[in-house]
Design a protein around this ligand. Structure first.
Ligand SMILES: Cc1cc2nc3c(=O)[nH]c(=O)nc-3n(C[C@H](O)[C@H](O)[C@H](O)COP(=O)(O)OP(=O)(O)OC[C@H]3O[C@@H](n4cnc5c(N)ncnc54)[C@H](O)[C@@H]3O)c2cc1C
Length: 482
């Protein structure tokens, strides 16, 4: 039993949805493309699961957040796929892949062959069992990676109002879920081994701002320790957790967000791996020329850093997916993928964005006792990263635009003095003039606009425009539900 397609997308998450839309824009024919996904629903905006999906009132539910609404584009419902002649093979796990024969074998025993394969298998949540703790299959212990997890978490939350939740992990998932639990009137303790939340991105000063707010909402931070075991009642339900530091916490609900592992298993030994993901070149092509990899599973060259990275963020999934499709459909005209890393989060009424890299010296700006503040990272004399909380559309646009250009900074105290005004001013100048050379240092910042147009300027403009579109969408929805 088998079917053959020209293009197969393996995985039905964020990247798959954006790739499908791009295929239709580039002119895929009826019956040429299929998406195979273990999930039983069409691709959706995964970030909604830890935000609007968990709200106590009028929570977001499908079909409202199918891709590609997160980038202010069409919402691809199952009907859309049908109308565009794209086969959705849902609820179907691929259990093996044969790169040499260009075939995939599903758990149901079907062989699906392809001419081009896009691997978009994303990642899975790390389980406590992988760290030697057993019992995380109890009914009130939740992970959060897919719709099934989110549905279960929402159900358990409903029965835990007024009770106690323990959140294991202080990263994205931990912070966003903790906020949702508070909104659902559940008492929250957050347990993580690092000295502060969001340890991979935040500085202690930035983390402290958010932690203080969480504390004002009653969140109890238990840092510098990890879970050692669960306490169960006779029915097998978790009633508490014991921590390595010897303390214990009561629990009606436990949420575990301790990181992810890319789903590379099907391709180990067949494709080159790197940094825990599938290695691709600057056209998202793997070590096999018929196979591309995108999203969380791909390790790709980040030109602006001069090295490969594997990013676990939705913007990278969307853009790498689109780029891979362009590279497949228009191989002669598709340029290298030149991506500026972009992360964001929204918790309570906060909304922050980060662009670039968090490397080097940190320069803070804004009012850390108010609602808008940020930081720049300066490495080897260049601004390489920018963080902004509570910015306006124009300010977010400015930090994205200027960070991409890595302007030279020779006076850190002047950067600190100008604060957000530095990127806003520079961005305005870029908008006003046909500029290409932003080699300006802080001391020459007013004369950074020097030479006539070169092609890279156009590229920067496109990237900035895309970021703005994404921001505009999320900002618009922020006051709504997800
Ligand atoms: C709850 C949550 C909140 C998030 N919030 C944010 C945020 O605020 N900002 C941000 O930047 N990022 C956020 N992210 C990260 C973002 O969602 C991911 O970076 C993005 O989903 C990656 O897209 P992807 O397509 O690579 O992988 P995924 O979206 O994970 O999709 C992978 C798909 O592949 C399928 N699959 C895997 N293996 C197989 C197989 N063998 N056979 C068939 N199907 C298979 C899976 O079932 C899944 O459908 C969040 C993630 C989660 C889980």
């Amino acid at each position: 039993m088998g079917r053959a397609f020209v293009y197969v997308i393996l995985g039905g998450g964020v990247a798959a949805g954006y790739a499908a839309l791009e295929f239709t824009k580039k002119g895929v024919s009826n019956g040429e493309l299929c998406i195979i996904s273990e999930e039983s629903v069409a691709p959706y905006e995964r970030p909604a699961l830890s935000k609007g999906f968990l709200l106590p009132e009028a929570p977001a539910r499908l079909p409202a957040f199918h891709t590609c609404v997160g980038a202010n584009e069409e919402r691809l419902t199952p009907k859309w796929y049908k109308e565009h002649g794209i086969e959705l093979i849902l609820g179907t796990r691929v259990k093996s892949a044969d790169i040499r024969r260009k075939t995939l074998l599903t758990a149901a025993g079907e062989t699906i062959s392809y001419k081009f394969l896009i691997i978009a298998t994303g990642a899975r949540a790390l389980k406590l069992e992988e760290f030697g703790v057993s019992g995380s299959d109890a009914e009130n212990v939740c992970y959060l990676r897919d719709l099934a997890d989110a549905t279960r978490l929402a159900d358990v939350m409903q029965t835990s109002t007024g009770g106690n939740a323990v959140v294991i992990g202080g990263g994205y998932i931990g912070m966003e879920v903790a906020a949702s639990l508070v909104i659902n009137k559940i008492n929250v303790s957050m347990v993580f081994p690092e000295p502060h939340c969001m340890g991979r991105l935040f500085t202690p000063k930035i983390a402290s701002y958010y932690e203080e707010f969480y504390k004002s909402k009653g969140v109890n931070f238990v840092k510098g320790t990890v879970l050692s075991s669960f306490v169960f009642d006779p029915e097998g339900k978790v009633t508490g957790v014991d921590l390595k530091d010897g303390s214990s916490l009561p629990a009606d609900l436990v949420v575990v967000g301790i990181g992810i592992r890319p789903n590379t298993g099907l391709f180990e030994g067949q494709l080159t791996l790197e940094k825990g993901g599938i290695k691709v070149n600057s056209l998202l092509q793997t070590s096999n020329s018929s196979v591309y990899a995108v999203g969380d599973v791909a390790s790709f060259p980040v030109k602006i850093f001069g090295e490969s990275r594997r990013l676990e963020h939705v913007d990278a999934a969307r853009k790498s997916a689109r780029h891979a499709v362009a590279a497949i459909m228009e191989p002669d005209t598709t340029p290298e993928f030149d991506y500026l890393p972009f992360f964001y989060s929204r918790v309570f009424s906060f909304s922050w964005q980060f662009y670039g890299d968090n490397l080097g010296e940190v320069i803070y700006f804004g009012d850390f006792s108010g609602t808008s503040f940020g930081a720049y990272w300066v490495h080897k004399g260049h601004l390489v990263g920018s963080f902004l909380e509570g910015g306006s559309k124009e300010e977010y646009e400015a930090i994205a635009r200027v960070t991409r250009l890595k302007p030279a900074i020779d006076d850190l105290s002047e950067l600190e003095r100008q604060g957000l005004g530095f990127v806003v001013g520079l961005s305005q100048k870029l908008s006003m003039a046909p500029v290409t050379n932003v080699g300006g240092s802080m001391s020459t910042v007013t004369v950074v606009l020097k030479k006539p147009v070169y092609p890279w300027h156009a590229t920067a403009g496109v990237v900035v425009a895309a970021s703005i579109a994404a921001f505009a969408y999320w900002y618009g929805r922020r006051r709504r539900r997800w």
